[in-house]
Design a protein around this ligand. Structure first.
Ligand code: RIB
Ligand code: CA
Length: 308
């Protein structure tokens, strides 16, 4: 099987940890680099969390430090959900910075994409600041990008504000650049993560997946949903699911524009299924819950077995 080359832009973040863990041990993926960016918590924490996770998982994928703030928007934070350092509920052994590849993220991503014999997939599970900078600085790399797969946006109500989802609201201008990149964009919106929540029984199965399962269980048990919803929603792995098993999802083509001017709607992802003339994305509108839950738990088990 030819592995899909993958770059992950991420703001760990508890659900980012789950998404990275699954990706790093997936047979179908060749994770070329991980780009921690500002997002749930500041860049210093997302970078250290990425390094600590790789130390825990015994992986050695290069870490390229991304943006420390949005392009234009004011900084936001989800520390109330993920904890001050971005990872509530589990204490990793601190890693050193040996895995950090020095240089500007846009430049290092461009070099990786240009030298890859196969087209590279870009996964975004945090604000899209670094991909916007990449496309603006090195537009030529797009010819060797397979697709962009993101967790972000919302068909209906938001989770950062009434109409905006966190990742898009974090950097609306960057999101607009990505949706207007001309590349295939696949979207796991908020609704999919809300639907693919973990039941208590599934949480127990996660806990039974060795040290990796226990790590994730400890974190998931500490996610504090802003609306107090007791269901455990793990948004970012739905983007990995779309990349690896699109058959688990119902995808619909749409035109997506990001609201950049609204006083109360800034950062809203306006997902228009009616406009089939200006399609720029495929949106997941449903997920087979049983298949997704089985894949999710099997993937965690696989990660634990793969972590010598
Ligand atoms: O809205 C959910 C998204 O915001 C997830 O990526 C979560 O990690 C936060 O970044
Ligand atoms: Ca995230």
């Amino acid at each position: 099987m030819t592995k899909k080359p993958l770059i992950i832009s991420t703001d760990p973040g508890i659900d980012d940890v789950a998404a990275m863990t699954i990706s790093l041990f997936a047979d179908e993926l060749d994770v070329r680099m991980i780009v921690p960016t500002w997002g749930n918590v500041p860049l210093e924490y997302t970078t250290q969390n990425t390094l600590d996770l790789e130390k825990f998982l015994h992986t050695k994928v290069p870490v390229v430090i991304g943006a420390n703030q949005p392009l234009v928007a004011p900084m936001i934070s989800a520390a109330s959900v993920h904890g001050k350092t971005g990872i509530a509920g589990f204490e990793f052994e601190k890693a050193n910075t040996d895995l950090v590849k020095p240089g500007l993220a846009a430049t290092l991503m461009a070099e990786e994409i240009k030298k890859s014999p196969e087209k590279v997939t870009l996964m975004g599970i945090g604000p899209l600041t670094d991909y916007a900078l990449l496309f603006k600085q090195y537009p030529e790399v797009k010819e060797n990008v397979e697709q962009v797969v993101i967790m972000g946006g919302n068909i209906g109500r938001g989770n950062h504000s009434p109409l905006a989802e966190y990742n898009i609201a974090g950097d609306p201008e960057a999101a607009q650049v990505v949706f207007h990149s001309g590349l295939p964009v696949k979207v796991a919106p908020l609704e999919i993560g809300n639907k693919a929540h973990l039941t208590p029984e599934q949480m127990d199965k996660v806990k039974e997946c060795g040290e990796v399962g226990n790590m994730l269980y400890s974190m998931f048990s500490n996610i504090h949903e802003p609306d107090g919803d007791p269901r455990i929603k793990i948004y970012d792995p739905t983007a990995v699911g779309i990349l690896l098993h699109p058959e688990m999802f119902t995808m619909r083509k749409a035109n997506v524009e990001i609201e950049l001017r609204g006083q109360y709607t800034y950062g809203a992802s306006v997902i228009n299924f009616m406009d089939q003339e200006h399609v720029n994305a495929e949106i997941a509108t449903d997920v087979d819950l049983d298949k997704f839950a089985k894949w999710f738990i099997d993937s965690i088990k696989k990660a634990d077995q793969g972590r010598e």
